[in-house]
Design a protein around this ligand. Structure first.
Ligand SMILES: Cc1ncc(COP(=O)(O)O)c(C=O)c1O
Length: 377
């Protein structure tokens, strides 16, 4: 829908936005502006523009996800933010020190949870049976990073609240492609990446959402000075309240500027349209994949990508990339294809199908050059 506004890798079909969204055309100019300001004004740039940037970006993001502007901050990485939020929840209910989650949740989230509490991992369909008053947090990822399956927030949140459980959601694979409305979702806390569907740039800062109702009782475990009520008073005592307490240290201005520039392209209406078109694309791809006798994951409700299994998944992903279709692989046998209509056209989708059919038919994926494992997959 906005393909002409992107700088896409030349002669490639970009189907990896679930990992890293491509670069907006106006990004180099925006970053150059920041660089020029830095060169011309040095430290004085903080006063004129930079100190406000974090709040501005947080406000834009809040508007996109149907949250109030005082409920969102953009800072650090999803992993760090998840740590903050989980620790804050555990501190609010000290008698409950268990986190309930799905066994196929994103491993990085499981690692963070495991570092802070006892983790109970169950298949998604058994979650409801495990809700009880010993659980502090129900930690879920809205769109599964492998299957792309979407979990229905409202229903499970309501059930969790019946037992006084906090709900913490990872929205990394949702924000920018699946319409979100924090106000009606029943989500207590959320975190998420901005470098995937929002194209904020590699390593762009992540976000935290905290429902206003919890602001009076929550306490951040990392008392960063940028979250202090008056950071430049350099008071020996830490004082902060509300969502701002989740801010850490000095914000990464180049990354924040990149994200601010990317967010300038989005509004909630665009995300609704993107999701509708993504469903059309995933349906087309799913029909094709099934006709090729591939096992396609999750048919009911998908996010912005589609995944299929094949014992030679790695070889297929590498052969696809060599043929100009940028996709990725997740061990042990999964190929993921992102169908973001923001920059993917029906012609691109046809090209993807054309190459996939040829690769499978000729078994190009068996070629040795497509089977040497790279460090990053
Ligand atoms: C669902 C999900 N959660 C968390 C993360 C971790 O994000 P970060 O590496 O930015 O902390 C990722 C990264 O891909 C992810 O996909």
């Amino acid at each position: 829908m906005l393909k002409e506004q992107f700088l896409l890798p030349e002669d490639k079909v970009y189907m990896c936005g679930h990992s890293l969204g491509p670069c907006f055309k106006n990004l180099p100019e925006a970053l150059n502006g920041t660089l020029t300001m830095y060169a011309k004004q040095g430290v004085l740039s903080w006063e004129t523009d930079w100190i406000k940037l974090s709040a501005q970006v947080s406000e834009s993001l809040a508007a996109l996800i149907g949250a109030k502007s005082n409920e969102v901050v953009v800072t650090d990485s999803t992993s760090i933010n998840l740590y903050r939020v989980l620790k804050a929840c555990l501190a609010m209910k000290p008698k409950r020190q268990k986190i309930l989650t799905t066994q196929d949740n994103f491993p990085a989230d499981l690692y963070i949870a495991d570092g802070v509490a006892e983790v109970v991992m169950v298949p998604e369909h058994q979650l409801i049976d495990h809700l009880d008053e010993s659980i502090c947090v129900l930690m879920l990822t809205h769109v599964n990073y492998r299957s792309s399956a979407v979990i229905d927030c409202e229903t499970i949140n309501q059930k969790a609240h019946q037992y006084g459980i906090f709900t913490v959601w990872d929205l990394s694979h949702s924000v920018g492609i699946v319409p979100l409305d924090m106000a009606s979702s029943g989500i207590d806390f959320a975190v998420g990446c901005t470098y995937k569907y929002l194209s904020g740039g590699p390593g762009s800062p992540a976000f935290i959402y905290a429902y206003e109702k919890h602001h009076a009782s929550m306490q951040t475990p990392i008392q960063g000075w940028m979250g202090h009520q008056k950071p430049f008073e350099f008071d020996a005592d830490y004082q902060s309240k509300g969502i701002k307490q989740f801010l850490g240290g000095t914000p990464p201005i180049f990354s924040l500027q990149a994200l601010a520039t990317a967010l300038g392209h989005f509004d909630a209406g665009l995300i609704v349209r993107l999701y509708e078109q993504a469903k059309v694309y995933t349906e087309t791809l799913s029909q094709t994949l099934m006709s090729l006798e591939l096992e396609v994951l999750e048919a009911d409700r998908r996010g912005g990508h589609i995944a299929f299994c094949h014992p030679n998944g790695y070889g297929i992903s590498q052969a696809m990339i060599a043929n100009g279709v940028i996709c990725d692989y997740r061990a042990p046998n999964l190929v993921r294809l992102c169908v973001n209509p923001l920059y993917l056209t029906t012609q691109d989708l046809d090209a993807c199908i054309h190459h996939l059919v040829a690769i499978l038919y000729h078994k190009y994926y068996l070629h040795a050059k497509f089977n040497t494992r790279k460090e990053v997959t």
